[in-house]
Design a binder for this molecule. Structure first.
Ligand code: UDP
Ligand code: MG
Length: 308
């Protein structure tokens, strides 16, 4: 049995030594069968040198993929999953917010429950501001209502997959990868364990509010076409209303003759409908842009060098 552990790293130089030591200490019983796959996601600090050092000290267990620039965590995960050879593949952050002791629980669970294929950790208690928690909860409520697949609230990328799940995930060719959705989309039976998020060992989170917002939007567009349906539906309703209004006006003019009054109404209607048109064109644009990105068929990441 081989266990691959995939670790995306973006500016984590100060965490890597302690991460390596911690994971080695925690997984000591499995150590002979472990491969650690670090992905340097275009860090601007010394992350790659640190990884080189770790690799030189432990060539048996460590592999390093070095991206040519920052392609994002999702791309890093994909590169790691593709490289992995393990029967079990775990994903964990490099900042020690996710305690490796849970990996043992995950692996033991999969060993003894053959009908499950994936174990994911979720946080019961969010250790962040109320506003952010509110937005995250709203996101989950919304996307679960409008998407066909289920998004489990607060489930993280911190998880362990069986080989068959990994093989299915790396077959998905899409460029805009929203891994939370992809993990659910491929199906299989997932078991959820609760975990407590630790404080970041060092460095700071790379997720600004704006980055999270676009990430969420990306998820909605990747896994739902409801916004498009809403815009068509609103269009139909507006057409029907204007048809009725037109009929009324024609009859009125025939009976009472022409009147100049009604200018404010006209302006209001024009403003409202043109506003709606712009809004829905924007939605349409998002999907067209997505199609454009996908059809360009560019690689999801570019590897500059690798150590293995
Ligand atoms: N990460 C990455 N590429 C990025 C951003 C983040 O590989 O563009 C990695 C980062 O090094 C860390 C993990 O993804 O190992 C989670 O990032 P972070 O700790 O910033 O997220 P948070 O824990 O705040 O959700
Ligand atoms: Mg973190």
């Amino acid at each position: 049995m081989v266990i691959s552990i995939v670790i995306p790293c973006f500016n984590e130089e100060s965490n890597l030594d302690i991460f390596y030591n911690t994971i080695k200490k925690t997984m000591i019983n499995f150590w002979d069968n472990i491969e650690l796959i670090f992905i340097n996601d275009g860090s601007s600090d010394n992350t790659f040198h640190k990884l080189e050092q770790i690799y030189n000290e432990d060539k048996k267990h460590v592999r390093v993929i070095n991206f040519s620039r920052n392609f994002g965590k999702e791309a890093a995960l994909l590169a790691g999953l593709k490289k992995s050879v393990g029967d079990y593949v775990s994903i964990i952050d490099a900042d020690l917010q996710q305690n490796p002791k849970y990996l043992i629980k995950m692996i033991e669970f999969l060993e003894s429950n053959q009908d499950y294929d994936m174990v994911a950790a979720y946080q019961q208690m969010r250790k962040e501001g109320k506003v952010l928690t509110f937005f995250k909860n709203s996101f989950y409520n919304l996307i679960n209502r409008i998407s066909e697949i289920e998004f489990v609230k607060s489930a993280s990328d911190f998880r362990t997959l069986r080989r068959n799940v990994v093989d299915s995930i790396i077959k998905l060719p899409e460029r805009c990868r929203f891994s939370k959705g992809i993990f659910s989309w491929v199906g299989f039976k997932t078991y959820y364990i609760e975990y407590e998020v630790e404080d970041r060992n060092s460095g700071e989170s790379k997720w600004s509010f704006w980055k999270l917002f676009t990430y969420a939007l990306n998820g909605i567009i990747s896994f739902s076409d409801l916004p498009l349906k809403i815009s068509s539906f609103t269009g139909i309703i507006l057409c029907m209303i204007s048809l009725i209004y037109m009929t009324i006006i024609v009859i009125k003019t025939l009976i009472f003759g022409e009147a100049v009054a009604g200018f404010p109404t006209l302006i209001c209607v024009i403003l409202l409908t043109s506003g709606l048109q712009m809004f829905f064109m924007g939605i349409l644009g998002q999907y067209v842009a997505r199609t454009f990105t996908e059809t360009k068929n560019r690689p999801i990441y570019i590897v500059k060098s690798s150590l293995d």
